[in-house]
Design a protein around this ligand. Sequence first.
Ligand code: GDP
Length: 301
Amino acid sequence: MITFLSGGTGTPKLLRGMQKVMDRHEIAVIVNTAEDVWISGNHISPDVDTVMYLFAGILNTDTWWGIRSDTFTTHEEVKNLGIDEYIGIGDKDRAVHIARGEMLRNGMRLTNVTKILCERYGVRETVLPMTDTEVTTQVKTDIGYIDYQEYWVRARGKIDIHEVVRSFNEPPVATPEALEAIEASDAVVIGPSNPITSILPILTCEGIKDAIKGKIVIAVSPFIGDGPVSGPAAALMKAADYEPNSIGTFNCYGGLTDVFVQDIRDPVAVSHSVRFDTLMVDEEKSIALAKDILGLIETCR
Ligand code: GDP
C-alpha cells in the first residue's frame, strides 16, 4: 500500500497514472479539506471531490474540477434569483454537495460520508479526508481577511496577499483511518500539490507527522523554476515566507522527506534531489512519472 497526500490538481494528475500501474486497492489518499466551504447551503470539499471523481472515472480533466459534461442549469437559475454563487457548480456536482451536506447535518463524520459517496461511485481506492472537523483557509489582503476560495475563484488570484491563516474551532486531528492507512503503507508520497494550501494543512493535522516519520517519504515539487506549473502557489509561498520554488517547497516540508523529486527542467538545485519529468501534460506522462516513483520506492526499501 502507498499513501498519497493530495490537493485537487497536481497530485490527482499523478494519481491518474498510479491507478493504471498499481493495484487500485493498494492506493490510499489523504486529502486536504482546508479549502472546504458551504455554498448555497451545501458542502463543497473541492479536493475530495476531484480525487473521488478521478477514481470514479467522471472527472472533468480539462479543468481538474467538477464532473465531465455536467450541466449548469441550477447554477444559472440560482444566479438569476439573485444569489451570489461565485463558484460555477455543475448540476451533478451539486447533487454530491447536497448529499454530503445532508449527511454532515445528520451528524455523520466526513470520513464516513466520503466512504459512502465513493462506494456509490464504485471507487476502489481509499479516499480519506485529512480530518473530520472543519478547517478554513483565509488570506490577508489589503481589505482584510477573505476565504481562500474568494481569493482564488472570485478574485482569480489577482489581488495582493500578505499572510495565509487557517482557522478552526478545535485544532484539526488526523482521523484514525488516515493514520491506519499510513501505518499500513510501505511509503508516503507527498504529491506535487500546493505546499501552503494543500500539503501543510494535512501535515499539521495532529498525528500525521509522527505517523509518517518511520516511513519512506517521497515529495514531488510542484515548482519548475520560480513558478508553479499552475495556480497561485508562488503568491501563497511568498505570503507564508517561503521561497516560491523547489527549495522553498523542500524547506516547507521541514526535513520530513527522504527523497525530494524535482522536474528535469527545474533550474533550481535542491541538494540530493532526484530528477524526473514531472510535467504531466497527458495520461502517458502521468503513467511515466508514476512508474518512476514506484521504481524509486523500490530502491529505497
Ligand atoms: P489545488 O487544490 O487545486 O490547489 O491543487 P493542488 O494543490 O493539488 O495542486 C496545485 C499545484 O499542482 C500547483 O502548485 C501546480 O504547480 C502543481 N501542478 C499542476 N500540474 C502539475 C504537473 O503536471 N507537474 C507538477 N510537478 N506540478 C503540477
